[in-house]
Design a protein around this ligand. Structure first.
Ligand SMILES: O=C(O)c1cc(=O)[nH]c(=O)n1[C@@H]1O[C@H](COP(=O)(O)O)[C@@H](O)[C@H]1O
Length: 281
């Protein structure tokens, strides 16, 4: 059983970004990547892939983001690998963002909170990605549990996929777009927190100019889409302007293609972090 971290999620993330640079590396063991690494598409291949990424990167990148789906597809043995990935990566000092994009009615969300942001869980992570599209308030039990246990939540704001705008760009009851309503609600929850609150937001590096104030959040922005989806460091600057301090750019396949050697993965991550450092504040 993990212990409740002494410092808040915002404080831990801030330190990791300052010490290690602005990068989250995704652990997405796609079948095609396993093949490229000369591994079989089975639990042994998954295990080798995921542990190699942790060995290569957990002691040097600010954050690691295992994509739960690629572990779930192997059933309970895949989840067992995920548990060890989370544990080993956290022990090596990486902030672990579990990418499971959970969301449901509040009473069920409480169980997701137990699964991912309660220290008693074998999957206890520093933060969880979550979908607020059953309503921002439907995730309330998750926010409360995360705050209590010094963990974080990244709610989907403007996602990197082209279909996202159908929902996120729609005009909500307030007359503002739904994504803005989500970010504003998260900002209210983070008000007064230092160095930043527990509720972060996802804004894909591929999105057009958001058209609303992102700086209000007082929380972290997870920015996937760097590399394989075509987003660059320049896109991060374009989207966030002067407000890049709490931005966590995230790249999965582009870095993972640097394997299977530890050195190749480290080079790929180092190149990405240098590009980002060069352009962010
Ligand atoms: O929450 C996420 O991380 C996420 C949100 C989003 O808007 N877009 C997005 O691509 N992601 C995740 O980020 C990763 C992107 O992987 P690459 O395209 O290989 O870098 C995948 O695990 C996606 O599920």
């Amino acid at each position: 059983m993990a212990a409740r971290p002494e410092k808040t999620f915002g404080a831990r993330l801030r330190t990791a970004l300052d010490e290690r640079g602005p990068l989250c590396a995704g652990i997405d063991p796609h079948a095609a990547l396993l093949a490229q690494w000369d591994l079989d598409d089975d639990v042994a291949g998954l295990e080798r892939f995921a542990y190699t990424v942790v060995e290569a990167l957990a002691d040097r990148v600010a954050a690691l983001k295992p994509q739960s789906a690629f572990f779930e597809r192997y059933g309970s043995r895949g989840i067992a690998v995920l548990e060890r990935v989370v544990d080993d990566a956290r022990s090596a000092g990486a902030v672990v963002i579990m990418d499971a994009k959970r969301g449901d009615i509040g009473s069920t969300v409480a169980a997701y909170a137990d699964a991912y942001v309660a220290p008693s869980s074998p999957l206890f992570s520093d933060a969880l990605t979550a979908s607020p599209y059953l309503g921002f308030g439907s995730l309330e039990p998750l926010y409360a549990m995360a705050e209590k246990n010094h963990a974080g939540v990244f709610v989907l704001g403007l996602t990197s996929n082209p279909e996202g705008s159908q929902v996120q760009g729609a005009i909500g009851a307030s007359g503002r777009c739904v994504a803005e309503e989500i970010v504003t609600a998260a900002a209210a929850r983070n008000a007064g927190a230092s160095p930043m609150g527990a509720i972060g937001a996802v804004v894909g590096g591929t999105v057009e100019t958001p058209g609303f104030d992102l700086a209000q959040l007082n929380g972290a922005f997870l920015v996937p889409g760097i590399g394989a989806q075509g987003a660059t460091a320049a896109d991060v600057k374009r989207i966030f302007g002067a407000g890049t301090r709490n931005v966590v750019p995230s790249s999965s396949r582009e870095i993972l293609r640097g394997g299977p050697s530890v050195a190749g993965l480290r080079d790929a991550a180092a190149r990405t972090v240098e590009e980002l450092r060069g352009i962010l504040d």
